[in-house]
Ligand binder design. Structure first.
Ligand SMILES: *[C@@H]1O[C@H](CO)[C@@H](O)[C@H](O)[C@H]1NC(C)=O
Ligand SMILES: *[C@@H]1O[C@H](CO)[C@@H](O)[C@H](O)[C@H]1NC(C)=O
Length: 162
């Protein structure tokens, strides 16, 4: 979607919301942000010693369901938290008005907080997984919403003594 049509949508949204009294400014920003675009941080956590998909028989690599996943930025600031589903996948939607894509890629990590022992009794009961993120691409949904997909690039296991 071009800048012109984005501006048009924004004007229409502001116009429509003008008639809704007591709309908080932040709320207005969220509505406009989510109408025009959203950043989707998504990925799959695997039930392996390093959280990554196996290389030998990738399709049979077990996943890590019900794992708490955090988006941490800067000095460990928790910006978003979610849980993997039964397919091991997670998704976090961020408002691009609040997060610069470039900052997300240089300053943030996806951190898996639930210990690996929860998905496999032979894996560690302490430590955590962490990964930087990479930009996957831009996708347009329903002809109006731009989704900027971001995914963890490679998890590393951090042991508590490290
Ligand atoms: C890979 O995994 C599939 C699905 O579980 C299985 O059918 C196949 O035998 C495996 N292949 C090897 C080489 O382990
Ligand atoms: C649990 O982890 C061990 C060590 O990585 C692995 O050998 C085993 O196959 C895993 N078990 C299951 C059920 O995935």
């Amino acid at each position: 979607m071009g800048l012109k049509s984005k501006m048009l949508v924004m004007v229409m949204v502001i116009g429509a919301l003008g008639s809704a009294p007591l709309m908080a400014e932040a709320q207005l920003g969220n509505i406009i942000g989510s109408l025009l675009g959203v950043i989707n941080v998504q990925g799959v956590v695997y039930c392996t010693a390093d959280g990554n998909i196996g290389t030998i028989n990738a399709t049979s690599t077990p996943v890590f369901p019900n794992a708490v996943v955090q988006l941490q930025c800067g000095n460990g600031n928790i910006v978003s938290t979610t849980t993997t589903n039964n397919m091991g996948s997670f998704s976090m939607l961020l408002n691009p008005l609040q997060f610069l894509l470039s900052t997300l890629l240089t300053d943030c990590n996806v951190v898996v907080r639930t210990p690996l022992i929860n998905c496999n009794a032979t894996l560690p009961s302490t430590g955590f997984l962490t990964s930087r993120m990479q930009f996957v691409g831009r996708f347009v949904q329903d002809g109006i919403m731009e989704i900027m997909k971001v995914a963890p690039n490679l998890f590393t296991f951090i042991s508590p003594s490290a």
